[in-house]
Design a protein around this ligand. Structure first.
Ligand SMILES: [Zn+2]
Ligand SMILES: [Zn+2]
Length: 503
């Protein structure tokens, strides 16, 4: 039998708590035994009590949404650290002891908050202190793989963090997952993994930069499901505990588990169920949210709203489909687009395709552009930004944006070079006042960083050679622009004299 370290011990004795987890993770993931066996046992139906599956299904969309929000918050935080606080260099320089101190503090604080987050360490072999602290790159890689590709909106599904054992196991599930309980268990485990990793990364970085740890609310569960789950690897039977630990230690363990649960439950808050609302019920009991009567009467489901307005909005968005009805996995796993993201979905720059991974600088650029859809590119100088705008709906803008989309979604280097050259060429024609101190070299350096493209300078100079050979002197971005249109576009400008020259 496996005895899981208690959430309460995470803060009481973090080192000991972490060592115990480490032993369990090692046994599960690194032993010669295939880890599939352990996963399999997590997905058996007895994880849920009789009413448990319905409750789990009912709360799944909320969990999905909150995990997406956590991931977005992490991404916003991390972009700030990467761009303005020089995270990469500082983290690598810090040394294993300092890194380890902050990672452990992050893990312990997060796992102390909720039993399910503590238990999720079973499914999260990524969070091994020894590995994360020793090589700073391992932590940074995990951070990059957990960050969203665009922080301008909250996505409908989280970006799941890939792990070879999990990926293989998940791929093999399909036909074997023949009940809602099994589907739900796997979905919950994958969500919890994502949530735990994102929280730990966020807390660690806050701690590292000496910032306050973020507010953290665990959603209150209805009485009927509180404590519904026992962990499949370690069901808490007093008899088993006694056999393993002896009577005294078993009693202390049970007491610690209860004590921790009580403390945690008292901190929990109830949220408004509408995705677009961030209100939560005051903990002093001064205001009670109203609940959906139909859901409570028919299914003993607790669906709370802060106001009639939110209830109405949620009804249209998603509640109508599930109100008072028994749930099934297919219905609740349909992604619901977050109401705050619908507005600009049409003009938004797309997500990366074909495995292209956006470096943090590019995630920031995409995020800012999607927040301000009229801007064509942001150029940075000493932390100040300058917005490049070709004019709403112009031919130039369409042309530029077609290349921008390709560069930002596929990482196409040809498109990056065309854009970089074009922006340099435009700046070359500006007076120093209009350029506001932005130089061609700055543009090339910025894009080389954003697209992780160290040889961009050479490519931009090659673009200039191509332009020189064109009798019409069209920048290569305009290679398909008709001579007629081009002559019209540059009429009365100094376009012919402009040349890109780099240091
Ligand atoms: Zn509300
Ligand atoms: Zn309802």
């Amino acid at each position: 039998m496996v005895i899981l370290p208690l959430a309460l011990d995470a803060l009481r004795d973090p080192e000991k708590w972490d060592k115990e987890w480490d032993t369990i993770i090692e046994r599960q993931f690194l032993s010669s035994q295939a880890p599939d066996f352990c996963f399999e046992s997590m997905l058996t139906e007895h994880q849920y009590g009789p009413a448990g599956v319905d409750q789990a299904l009912a709360s799944y969309q909320g969990q999905l949404a909150s995990t997406c929000a956590v991931q977005r918050n992490l991404t916003e935080d991390a972009l700030g650290y990467f761009i303005s606080r020089n995270l990469e260099a500082k983290w690598m320089r810090a040394g294993g002891d300092v890194r380890g101190e902050h990672i452990l503090r992050g893990m312990a604080t997060v796992c102390n908050k909720a039993r399910n987050l503590n238990q999720a360490r079973c499914y999260t072999p990524e969070l091994r202190l020894a590995r994360l602290r020793l090589d700073g790159k391992v932590f940074l890689d995990l951070l990059k793989s957990a960050m969203l590709d665009d922080a301008s909106f909250i996505p409908a599904t989280p970006k799941y963090i890939s792990h070879r054992h999990w990926d293989r196991f998940e791929a093999a599930q399909g036909p074997r997952n023949d009940t809602d309980a099994k589907k739900m268990a796997l979905a919950e485990v994958l969500l919890l993994r994502t949530k735990l990793i994102c929280h730990v990364l966020q807390f660690t970085l806050r701690s590292f930069f000496g910032l306050e740890l973020p507010e953290f609310c665990v959603v209150k569960e209805h009485k009927s499901i509180q404590g519904r789950k026992t962990h499949p690897l370690a069901p808490l039977h007093e008899a088993n505990l006694e056999a393993a630990l002896g009577p005294e230690a078993a009693r202390a363990y049970m007491k610690g588990d209860k004590q921790g649960a009580k403390a945690r439950i008292s901190q929990r808050v109830a949220h408004c169920s509408y995705l677009g609302c961030h209100n939560s019920e005051p903990t002093d009991g001064s205001v009670k949210f109203s609940r959906c009567k139909q859901c409570f009467d028919l299914m003993q489901r607790q669906v709370l709203y802060c106001s009639g307005k939110c209830q109405k909005a949620d009804w249209k968005l998603r509640h109508k489909a599930v109100c008072g009805k028994p749930m099934d996995f297919d219905a609740v796993s349909v992604p619901v687009v977050h109401p705050t993201s619908v507005r600009d979905a049409d003009t938004r720059i797309g997500l990366p395709t074909n495995g292209f991974r956006r470096p943090p600088g590019l995630v920031l650029q995409v995020t800012q552009l999607n927040k301000s859809p009229t801007v064509d590119y942001y150029l940075y100088r000493d932390g100040n930004e300058q917005a490049l705008d070709f004019g709403q709906g112009t031919y130039e803008q369409d042309l530029f944006r077609a290349h921008r989309e390709e560069a930002m979604t596929s990482g196409n280097r040809g498109c990056v070079a065309l854009m970089a050259h074009y922006m340099c060429w435009m700046i070359a024609g500006e007076t120093p006042e209009r350029a506001q101190g932005i130089t061609q070299n700055m543009i090339v350096a910025q894009l080389a960083r954003e697209y992780d493209f160290p040889s961009l300078r050479g490519e931009v100079l090659r673009m200039q050679e191509i332009q020189n050979r064109d009798p019409l002197r069209r920048p290569p971005l305009h290679r398909d622009t008709s001579p007629y249109r081009w002559r019209r576009a540059i009429e009365g400008t100094n376009a012919f004299e402009r040349v890109v020259t780099l240091d």
